[in-house]
Every structure is written in C-alpha cells, then in structure tokens.
Design a protein. Structure first.
Length: 120
C-alpha cells in the first residue's frame, strides 16, 4: 500500500490546482502514518491519524452534513433514516464516512470536531 501511495503521489502534478490539493494532503498524511508505524514498530492496534481541527481529510457531502446535524441533535440512526427518508444501512454508512472524514472514533467526538471546524 505504501509503495502504491508513493507512486500515485509522484504521478500527481507538482503544482496542483486547489481541487487537486486534497489528494496531496491525504496521501502525505497516510505516508506519514506508515513512517510512524515503522518508527514505532508494527502493532496489532491500528493508530488513527487525527485530522487537523480546521481541515478535513475530505470535504463532507451535502447528505453527510445533514446527517451530522441530526447527530448533533441527538437523533438515533433510525430517527435519521426516517427524517431523511433513507435506509438504516445508508445512515450507518454516512455516519461511518463522517467519522473517517473527521478523524474520530465516536459520534460525540464527531460532533465536537465538527464544532471545532465550524461545521455546526
């Protein structure tokens, strides 16, 4: 995976327009995690590379922002599904995506990070 990411990063244009800056930052963050793992030694527990409070790994979609607002209101997955007229597995996928993009592991952390980043 590390070799593939390095090759992909090398293939990206050096002076990327704003829309291409995201792949550079994301790949750099992943490569830094690989380097840290090598330095610390491989462990059975994956380490989470926290996202900076003002930047996201990847921008939230419109639907993810809607789900995030419902999470902040304390809605359950079932309540979010009913409110947005989507299936429960779809809500779970959106929540999972949110956690990843915000660099957190729980709904509470997601809400806190979203507030720090002025997303709520």
């Amino acid at each position: 995976m590390e070799r593939t990411l390095k090759a992909f990063l090398d293939a990206l244009p050096g002076e990327a327009p704003d829309t291409s800056a995201l792949p550079h930052a994301s790949i750099a963050r992943l490569l830094a995690a690989f380097a840290q793992e090598k330095h610390d030694g491989w462990s059975s527990t994956p380490k989470v590379v926290p996202a900076a409070s003002s930047t996201l790994i990847e921008p939230l979609t419109r639907r993810e922002r809607e789900v995030l607002r419902h999470l902040a209101d304390g809605a359950s997955n079932q309540e979010i599904a009913a409110a947005l007229v989507i299936s429960l597995p779809t809500v779970k996928k959106h929540v999972s995506n949110l956690l990843g993009k915000l660099g957190v592991q729980s709904r509470t952390q997601a809400i806190a990070r979203a507030r720090e980043a002025s997303l709520l």
